[in-house]
Ligand binder design. Structure first.
Ligand code: SAH
Length: 367
């Protein structure tokens, strides 16, 4: 039993059931006992591992993409780098090191803007990235829009709250978190049914009973705000996450602790809760806000286009055998289809006047 579990149970007792999004938000960001507030365990020694934690080449390639885009855009005298949900700060550390190949580009970086809610992670980022011109924001709407932005977000959107609806014979009922008779957290359905037409997506009308659909208005709102910033400031955003583009994916709520999937209701605040990103919905929110959207392309393809092959070959040359092996293993994890290569995708947003983002082709622009 965790502290947060008790707090949520008390809340449910007093106020009744809550939706899954509210539950996710409490688990992630509760002021005292949320996972990211109190307990964030990113990396091999923690609860879950992300691409930048797997291999330094990931962040380095994002850094090279930053240089490429800066040059393609006519080498503006000043711009800002921003990361949403920078975790341990690993990606930015690797990105910054890679910028050393282009001192003119690095000199044009006016600031590095971090959108981070967790005080514990902010502390880590401050220490690790002490050599960068940092500034912090609680949310995307705090990002300055006076200079072009190069934005990256890896496994950020998946952590934002989403809500679930279960198909009934005649409509939809929202999935809620409640207390069962024994005082345990349990899923339940909203007593009131929504009509079938509640969702305007025709694909959803033909789903069988008990099918689950997920909608993430909070995520879409963040993407819309980010898109507004890009439209005003210029620049691009690379959004990297696991998710789906075509079909609906069903129930994707997952909780991970110590690299193992656990019951999302079992120990709130002690596991990382996330869900798969609906790239179609994200892309639509961005296009409605007036930016160009590219992809998503598979992470493996994206990293290949950014030159992961050349980069690993160069790093391995002359490296000690165990270093070379570690790098090669890391690259394999990033690109192999059975690992992170296919499930993870990259979606790019670009201000209308920006060139096509690095790693994408003009033909991949969504209409
Ligand atoms: N990008 C990092 C970390 C991913 S974990 C990596 O790839 O390793 C998710 C990150 O998003 C954490 O830094 C977490 O604190 C942050 N985060 C989660 N929800 C947030 C929110 N609503 N606003 C801002 N940051 C959030």
């Amino acid at each position: 039993m965790t502290l947060l579990r008790d707090r949520i149970a008390n809340f449910l007792q007093a106020h009744g059931p809550i939706d899954v999004g509210r539950f996710m938000l409490l688990c992630a960001a509760h002021r005292a006992a949320g996972y990211y507030t109190a307990n964030p365990g990113l990396g091999a020694a923690g609860d879950f591992i992300t691409a930048p934690e797997v291999c330094q080449i990931f962040g380095e390639l994002i850094g090279l993409a930053c240089v490429a885009h800066w040059r393609a855009g006519g080498s503006p005298p000043a711009f800002r780098i921003a990361e949403l949900g920078p975790g341990n700060g690993t990606l930015l550390e690797d990105l910054w090191r890679a910028l050393a190949v282009a001192p003119d580009c690095r000199a044009a970086v006016r600031s590095v803007e971090l959108v981070e809610t967790s005080p514990a992670l902010r502390q880590r980022q401050r220490t690790r990235l002490a050599h960068l011109p940092l500034s912090f924001h609680d949310a995307v709407d705090g990002l300055p829009a006076d200079l072009p932005l190069f934005v990256v977000a890896n496994e950020f959107l998946d952590a934002l709250p989403m809500r679930q609806y279960v198909r009934t014979r005649t409509g939809w009922r929202e999935r809620l978190v409640t207390l069962d008779r024994d005082g345990r957290l349990a899923f339940a359905l909203h007593p009131q049914e929504l009509p079938l037409a509640a969702f305007d997506d025709p694909r959803l009308r033909h789903l069988p009973e008990a099918a689950v659909v997920e909608v993430a208005p909070a995520r879409e709102a963040v993407v819309a705000t980010l898109s507004d910033k890009l439209r005003t400031a210029g620049g691009i955003a690379l959004l990297i996450d696991y998710g789906y583009d075509e079909a609906t994916a069903g129930d994707t709520l997952q909780a991970v602790a110590r690299h193992t999937r656990v019951d999302p209701l079992a120990s709130p605040g002690e596991a990382d809760l996330s869900s798969h990103v609906d790239f179609r919905a994200v892309a639509r929110a961005a296009m409605e806000a007036g930016v160009a959207v590219f992809g998503p392309v598979a992470q493996a393809e994206f990293l290949k286009r950014l030159g992961i092959g050349l980069r690993i070959a160069r790093l391995i040359q002359g490296a000690a055998p165990e270093v070379a092996r570690r790098l090669a293993d890391g690259v394999r994890r990033l690109v192999e289809p059975a690992q992170m290569g296919e499930l993870f995708r990259v979606l790019a947003l670009a201000a209308p006047e920006d060139p096509v983002p690095p790693g994408f082709t003009g033909a991949e622009r969504r209409r």
